[in-house]
Unconditional design. Structure first.
Length: 545
């Protein structure tokens, strides 16, 4: 058949593919080399009416490649009579997909398939019997490469290197080290402000609405359209994910997701408690203490806003807890007002005078599970306000005396524990050294035939487990001692902060979240005709005073 007669015949598809895993420095695999080889081979067997289909930079693990899909579409339209590739792996490295095209798709559409270097030709059935085995070998090669690439990325990630795509908002790649993150001077202030709002008790939805109102951008990349609404589309879920991201405290998350299978295309998210986090990998936008404080605030129950069933704005959301069962206290509202002995029935009571807190367990399970621990909202506000004003006054009048008082309280709580912890740490360290020496002794006994293999395995396994438990406990002790050693700085921070509130006349959620960690409400008791109730306030930095 000459070229003129073949001009109206079906075309021959010369398919070329090269991926990053094949190596750019491999000249024999290059696209230009494949094109020359396929052209020469096609012309040598009389196929001159050909077209190139080229996928440069696409993996062979699946067929989601633009040129390949175009070739498939042309085959389905009846334009293609023959497909030629350099070898079977150029078509696909997935033996299931490669087999389905070679054994089913191509024959169904009367398409001849040739793999030049593998000697495969469906027209003559040459080497077709061993083609499935070659496809399996190509698949195994692809899997091996994938595992090596993943292992390389995991090794870099465990060194604290950022291996993801777009860095989180507020950070950017270091131009001198692609795997290292640095602060983005343009967007980092946005992150800083979001954390500040969260520290002041703002909820995720409230923060999102404020940013949208101010048209604060959500991305590094500037929008091409001035009126692009999506460019400012903050949402509560986006704010929550941002505030939960440990990257902003200078930490690196090794792997947030795992692929179920190499070709499954599906991943599962690693549970929060199983995440591998490496600290101090890059400059932080917020301190670890601020980040942890935000986590504690977010873990609380959401506030009840005005317009809900209770018109009193719940300033203490997530702060008030029952002394007996430890559950949070719920805000309740008296819909039917009581008669106030100090007011006439014509005077309208304020929402705060109809609001009170009760134990969550009592509300759900009744008096057999816990008692109400009821406290009026106004009484709680007055108690907390008075306590803050007294501490603020002490901090201004005699800060040294207040410092001594706080230091003494913290010392009584922690000094004995620190000494005991240090002794325990030393004991565990000595024990681990003994275990190391015992390992050597046992190995020598095994080598001399004194100790059997099974006995050696049992003894070493038991000691390894003990050593692991000792090491884990030593890490806990070290963290506790480090926390105690920072008490001096914590006291100074608290005194400096409480001084700012010496002249307040009412409470708001910002100062409550800045100052207070938890408020513990005791049960109502009656002694000698008097009703009493304990309210214990735990402050940030210094605890209960």
């Amino acid at each position: 058949m000459n070229r003129k007669n073949q001009s109206n015949a079906k075309i021959t598809a010369l398919y070329c593919r090269l991926s990053l895993e094949d190596g750019r420095d491999n000249e024999s695999m290059s696209i230009s080399n494949q094109k020359v080889m396929l052209r020469d081979y096609a012309e040598s067997i009389g196929l001159y009416n050909y077209e190139y289909y080229i996928d440069d930079g696409f993996t062979g693990r699946n067929v989601n490649r633009p040129a390949f899909q175009k070739m498939v579409a042309d085959i389905e339209e009846g334009r293609v009579g023959c497909v030629i590739t350099k070898d079977l792996s150029r078509l696909s490295r997935n033996y299931i997909e490669a087999g389905s095209y070679i054994e089913i798709f191509f024959p169904r559409h009367n398409v001849r398939y040739i793999a030049v270097t593998d000697g495969v030709d469906s027209l003559t059935r040459k080497d077709m019997d061993i083609t499935p085995f070659k496809n399996i070998l190509n698949d195994m090669y692809s899997r091996d490469i994938s595992k090596k690439v993943l292992a390389g990325r995991m090794a870099l990630s465990r060194q604290g290197k950022f291996c993801g795509g777009q860095p989180p908002l507020g950070l950017m790649r270091d131009p001198n080290d692609h795997g290292h993150l640095i602060i983005d001077p343009e967007t980092a202030p946005i992150i800083r402000r979001i954390f500040d709002m969260a520290l002041n008790g703002w909820g995720c939805l409230k923060i999102a609405k404020q940013l949208m109102t101010e048209k604060v951008p959500i991305s590094h990349v500037k929008s091409d359209t001035k009126m692009d609404v999506n460019y400012y589309s903050w949402g509560s879920s986006r704010i929550s994910a941002l505030l939960r991201n440990p990257t902003y405290k200078g930490s690196h998350v090794v792997c947030k997701t795992h692929q179920i299978g190499i070709r499954s295309g599906t991943c599962y998210r690693v549970p929060k408690e199983e995440l591998e986090i490496i600290d101090n990998c890059h400059e932080a936008i917020v301190t670890p203490e601020e980040w942890q404080r935000v986590q504690e605030i977010m873990d609380r129950r959401p506030p009840i806003y005005e317009g809900a069933s209770c018109p009193f704005y719940n300033l203490f959301h997530g702060l008030v807890y029952c002394e007996d069962c430890g559950k949070s206290m719920q805000l309740r509202y008296e819909k039917v007002g009581r008669t106030d002995v100090n007011r006439t029935t014509k005077q309208k009571r304020e929402p705060i005078d109809k609001s009170f807190y009760t134990c969550q367990t009592y509300n759900r399970l009744g008096k057999n599970a816990c008692t109400s621990h009821k406290i009026e909202a106004r009484d709680l506000c007055q108690i907390v306000l008075t306590d803050i004003l007294e501490l603020a006054s002490d901090a201004i009048k005699d800060p040294e005396e207040l410092y001594s008082r706080l230091a003494e309280k913290l010392m009584k709580r922690g000094a004995v524990n620190v000494t005991a912890l240090q002794r325990e740490y030393a004991r565990l360290s000595d024990r681990n050294k003994e275990i190391d020496d015992t390992f050597v002794s046992l190995y020598n006994d095994k080598a001399k035939g004194i100790l059997s293999e099974s006995r050696f395995v049992k003894l070493t396994e038991a000691m390894e487990n003990e050593q692991k438990a000792n090491t884990a406990r030593m890490h806990e002790i070290h963290a506790s001692i480090q926390e105690t050693s920072g008490q001096d700085e914590d006291i100074h921070s608290f005194i400096s902060m409480i001084r700012e509130y010496a002249e307040i006349t009412e409470l708001d959620e910002i100062l409550l979240n800045r100052l207070i960690k938890k408020i513990i409400i005791g049960d109502n008791k009656e002694e000698d005709g008097r009703k009493t109730q304990t309210v214990r306030i735990q402050y940030n930095f210094v605890g209960e005073i």
